[in-house]
Design a protein around this ligand. Structure first.
Ligand code: SAM
Length: 251
């Protein structure tokens, strides 16, 4: 039996609306994304297999699905109908959802069969999902976007990497063997007000557990080696995590 038949039949038997449901299960099992009470937003969600899985796993949370096609209602799931390439849809999501712990996108373009074009369109849709994530993801939140492999993939991955702790590529077993689709998973959205190699002057206001100095940039904590409370020092940012960063003195 081919992979296609196996997952298609399993979805029918287990009451999932699409075989895609198993892709999300496998991505989540690999990358540990959905937790009870999470707010999850699923872009390109029709007919709703991912929504069913998200609703099961984010028990007690909030699940919102968006698609330009109508999504038949699912218990405990909210839906928004709209085209994600339109600003008005993105604005509606921001207003309705507020903040989310996880943004998912399984959006796919209408396939033309022309590889380069389908690839470019899939990257464009993935970038719309990244835009939504920029607006609504909480610090430390995660992003999953589908893309078709091809020449613009590395640029997309680099852009996600700039804003998340790390990025990994997942090719779930439930994707069809012949498919070029993959999922980029951005873990831990970073919302630091500083970036690696930034140079700035900071005031050391506290001492950390390992005797390094602690400075605040806005509300963000910076650990500065060889600096003492009360000093004002010039530093270069060496490492950035979502909630704190590391800096070296350069004065
Ligand atoms: C592969 S299907 C999603 C399957 C879904 N994850 C599931 O488990 O049932 C891709 C979806 O992306 C939607 N889509 C594609 N482009 C879109 C856009 N610009 N705005 C909103 N939805 C879009 C399509 O309507 C389609 O329903």
């Amino acid at each position: 039996m081919s992979g296609r038949d196996e997952y298609y039949n399993k979805a029918k038997q287990q009451g999932y609306r699409s075989r895609s449901a198993y892709k999300l299960q496998q991505i989540d099992d690999t990358a540990d994304l959905i937790a009870p009470s999470d707010t999850v937003i699923d872009l390109g969600a029709a007919p709703g297999g991912w929504l069913q899985v998200a609703a099961e796993r984010a028990d007690g949370g909030r699940v919102v699905g968006v698609d330009r096609q109508r999504i038949e209602s699912i218990d405990g799931v909210e839906t928004v109908r709209g085209d994600l390439t339109e600003e008005s849809t993105q604005a509606e999501i921001a207003e309705r959802v507020g903040k989310a712990d996880l943004v998912l996108s399984d959006m796919a373009p209408n396939m033309t069969g022309e590889y380069e074009l389908d690839h470019a369109r899939s990257i464009h849709l993935a970038r719309q999902a990244l835009d939504v994530a920029r607006t609504i993801l909480t610090p430390g939140g995660d992003l999953v976007v589908k893309a078709f492999d091809g020449r613009d993939l590395d640029d997309l991955e680099a852009d996600i990497e700039d804003e998340f702790e790390y990025v990994r590529t997942v090719r779930p077993d439930a994707s069809r063997d012949e498919s070029s689709e993959l999922f980029l998973v951005g873990k831990g959205r970073m919302t630091a007000p500083v970036a690696v190699d930034d140079e700035l002057t900071v005031e050391i206001t506290d001492t950390g557990d390992e005797d390094d100095g602690i400075a605040k940039v806005d509300d963000y904590t910076l650990f500065v080696s060889d600096a003492e409370e009360g000093e004002t020092v010039e530093v270069r940012i060496e490492g950035v995590k979502p909630r704190f960063g590391f800096a070296e003195r350069i004065d």
